[in-house]
Ligand binder design. Structure first.
Ligand code: NAP
Length: 247
């Protein structure tokens, strides 16, 4: 129970990778706030799974791209659990299309949730973390943020932006004992990837040296390590969890 007495917020943890992270942190002893955008049924399921495992949890609806929502998320967390020790910025969306067909609204939506959301949530928890002189933040990027991808210029820009943002904040916060790291997943089985055509899926599989598509738990275990005291000398790093895709 390496995270005993810790309080964590995991954005977008009603389903997919976020749910696995919320469960993994709870199993390690953290109290976990499960944030979601619209699917309250899924968020309540995550909370129930944590409670069944003996943990404490609370679901809070908040759109991470809206500063009023983010402030309410942090205030609700503080009212229930008194502090925030861990923030995992996981909420993310895709609006894929080739650049010539990409609508301005698709660019704005992806940048707002995937990059501005990380800024707003990090800023909102930072006051408390700086005061308590401790904290761990993990931002979920993507291998697409490192290598780019056809049809994902908006998503790649946001995910690359997360890496630059995180390195800057890691430098800013290090003197106060707050660590900031990035996890860049490869191809992980979730709702986000299930809509890809079969042809694209098998092409992706051929590009993974370890020969399998990842599970949300593969990512969650790495996040648990990075927020734990076991990683106390690691900050500003980007760790790919991708079966070797990025080699
Ligand atoms: P997912 O299954 O589509 O789940 C996305 C989660 O984010 C949901 O809980 C959703 O809430 C929440 N969300 C979306 N917009 C939000 C907003 N504006 N405010 C708050 N929450 C919001 O996605 P996933 O595959 O688990 O992906 C999780 C993260 O990993 C994303 O950042 C994604 O870019 C990244 N990633 C995924 C893969 C992959 O292969 N799956 C690879 C690399 C990186 P609702 O349930 O309420 O809609």
């Amino acid at each position: 129970m390496v995270l005993n007495d810790s309080v964590a917020i995991v954005t977008g943890s009603g389903r997919g990778i976020g749910r696995a992270i919320a469960l993994e942190l709870a199993r390690a002893g953290a109290k976990v706030v499960v944030n979601y955008a619209g699917r309250s049924d899924k968020a309540e399921e995550t909370v129930e799974l944590i409670r069944e495992a003996g943990g404490e949890s609370l679901a809070v609806q908040a759109d991470v791209s809206q500063s009023e929502d983010v402030d309410r998320l942090i205030q609700t967390t503080l009212a229930h659990f008194g502090k925030v020790d861990i923030l995992v910025n996981n909420a993310g969306i895709t609006r894929d299309s080739l650049l010539l067909r990409m609508k301005e609204a698709d660019w704005d939506a992806v940048l707002a949730t995937n990059l501005k959301g990380v800024f707003l949530c990090t800023k909102a928890v930072s006051k408390g973390m700086l005061k308590q002189r401790a904290g761990a933040i993990v931002n979920i990027s993507s291998v697409v943020g490192l290598s780019g991808n056809v049809g994902q210029a908006n998503y790649a820009a946001a995910k690359a932006g997360i890496i630059g943002f995180s390195k800057s904040i890691a430098k800013e916060f290090a003197p106060r004992g707050i660590r900031v790291n990035v996890v860049a997943p490869g191809y992980i089985n979730t709702d986000m990837t299930e809509t890809l055509p079969e042809g694209v899926r098998s092409e992706v599989l051929r590009a993974i040296p370890l020969g399998r598509i990842g599970n949300p738990e593969d990512v969650a275990k790495v996040v648990r390590f990075l927020v734990s005291p076991e990683a106390s000398y690691i900050t500003g790093q980007t760790l790919c969890v991708d079966g070797g895709m990025e080699i």
